[in-house]
Ligand binder design. Sequence first.
Ligand SMILES: C[S@@+](CC[C@H](N)C(=O)[O-])C[C@H]1O[C@@H](n2cnc3c(N)ncnc32)[C@H](O)[C@@H]1O
Length: 237
Amino acid sequence: MVQDRTSRTADVFYRTWRAGACRLSDGGGPFGFDIAVALLADELITGYGCDAIAETGCFLGDTTAYLARRYPQLPVHTCDIDPGFCAFTARRLAACPNVTVTCEDSPALLARACPQYERTFAFLDAHWDQDWPLLAELDTLDSAVALVHDFDIGHPRFSFDTYNGLACGPPLLARMTCPPERYFVFDPAAVLPLPCLQTGRRAGIAVITAGLDDQPASASRYLAARSLTSAHATAAS
Ligand SMILES: C[S@@+](CC[C@H](N)C(=O)[O-])C[C@H]1O[C@@H](n2cnc3c(N)ncnc32)[C@H](O)[C@@H]1O
């Protein structure tokens, strides 16, 4: 069963065009062309029994295309603030009836779409230049499992973003209106069932369970649990 899911994930993943290569520093592709993230996402979507997917920041639709075809039974909502990127992604995915692409600010998408479902899988990837809506996105979530891209997991192989001197890492989580006691990060020592073919930039990953049980994330073979320390809370104040 797990093997079937792994094969299906790999099959759809490696058949997805990397349109984002024109601008993204990781060369584009689903989840930055990191199969480990696709495997983790599959574990979370299955373990939480997610009934919808939301992506923030579609750009040219590489991850949207993967998610839409890997999970044709689930509604996939995605957005971008750039009308040209939205038009490109909508055209690219015109044959996928489960996809809705909207041009809007990402916290607005999450606030509108997620309450329609019981357990949303949210891929938070909206950031560009100085625009960084992640904190507002996290604050809208209730009853969702969120995968944050470009998070500081404290390992040199995995990159993260910094905006206005604030790293996308634990100090950012400490600024949430209701910071989680525990969150999860991708474990660099995790044994993958498939080789990761991304030889360039890999992004750190954090997982936050908003209003959902921690158990499926705790049981993940790809994640390690972390707690927000008082040092992070101090950094946030
Ligand atoms: C890193 S790219 C996303 C890549 C895409 N998820 C993928 O996997 O190919 C970030 C995108 O977020 C969009 N973005 C930035 N701020 C946003 C906001 N506030 N709301 C929606 N999209 C935003 C940018 O226009 C850009 O296309």
